[in-house]
Design a protein around this ligand. Structure first.
Ligand SMILES: Nc1ncnc2c1ncn2[C@@H]1O[C@H](COP(=O)(O)OP(=O)(O)OP(=O)(O)O)[C@@H](O)[C@H]1O
Length: 284
């Protein structure tokens, strides 16, 4: 374990060096500080009014891997996810302190446009939320908003294929997205999110409203998506985190990140007794 100010972070690999890298180190903004980290949180606090939801989060999220955020209800997982693409800006009483870097650029700098940021860092929510439009128009929506008007049909098909939905909906792209099953709707939302080609996909319990078969398809899809995108997923389901993620972050009560490491290490041999108690179901 190494101490880094407000919390301890265990390390079992080369992350020791990166955890000791200070944001004040002489590295220019706009360039990544750590070879494979696309997102870096440094002493990140989030408050809702006077209540602190996240306390001094320090985390490096690696590129093109699946990072799972787990922990008991109310420990700040969704708050952290939303802080990555500034969705917390939409909550009046939310206040963020500290730094959150995306490719070495602090996303909370004054010159960052949150809408442009969210094009790079897309989000999938718990309940599928397709628009009351055709399958084609759902996926094309993000492209059109961004003025990516060329080869829309081809891009729609590519996104549906990447979202493992094309085979099931081919020939009915003009049907309403709302007529699909829950699992298909969630894959449609994933297709909509990836059509404009973001770099990062944030997922907030994307399978919690789905049956086991639909969940299994989403899990397979998430693993495939990590070949092209950086995926960060909040899940209540520890088995799901163990199955699909490369890295796991365990948040515990008080908005504290207690341990962040390779998923195998977290589930087989965590450093923290509190994490072990949580993983083995002694609380939470
Ligand atoms: N919009 C909000 N306004 C006020 N407080 C909020 C808001 N969103 C979250 N909180 C509070 O912040 C804390 C962290 O909530 P958050 O939803 O991030 O936790 P979580 O770990 O994702 O929980 P869950 O697993 O139940 O979804 C909780 O105490 C919650 O009540």
């Amino acid at each position: 374990m190494i101490a880094n100010g407000t919390q301890s972070v265990s390390t079992s690999d080369d992350s020791t060096a990166r955890s000791e890298t200070s944001v004040t180190d002489d590295i220019p903004l706009g360039s990544p500080r750590v070879d494979d980290a696309v997102i870096e949180a440094r002493d990140l606090d989030v408050y809702y009014g006077d209540d602190q939801a996240l306390d001094g989060i320090h985390m490096d999220i690696p590129e093109r891997k699946v990072t799972a955020l787990i922990g008991p209800s109310g420990c700040g997982k969704s708050t952290f996810l939303r802080s990555i693409n500034r969705m917390n800006d939409l909550i009046d009483i939310a206040r963020v302190e500290g730094d959150l870097y995306f490719h070495g650029k602090n996303v909370y700098d004054d010159d960052v446009d949150p809408v442009a940021l969210r094009r790079k860092i897309g989000m999938i929510f718990q309940s599928p939320n397709p628009f009351p439009k055709s399958i084609r128009d759902n996926v094309a929506y993000g492209l059109k908003v961004q003025g990516k008007d060329e080869n829309v049909d081809e891009k729609v098909r590519t996104a549906l294929e990447r979202a493992a939905l094309l085979e099931e909906v081919d020939g009915q792209l003009d049907s309403s997205g709302l007529d699909l099953s829950g699992g298909q709707q969630q894959r449609l939302c994933i297709a909509r999110a990836i059509a404009p080609d973001p770099e990062v996909v944030l997922m907030d319990e994307p399978a919690s409203a789905l049956d086991p078969i639909a969940t299994s398809k989403i899990e397979d899809l998430i693993e495939d998506l990590a070949e092209e995108y950086t995926v960060v997923i909040v899940t209540h389901n520890m088995q799901q985190a163990a199955r699909i993620s490369d890295k796991t972050a365990v948040f515990l009560t008080g908005g504290e990140l207690v341990e962040f490491d390779n998923t195998e290490k977290i589930f087989e041999n965590p450093e923290s007794d509190r994490v072990e108690d949580y993983i083995t179901g002694k609380f939470g």
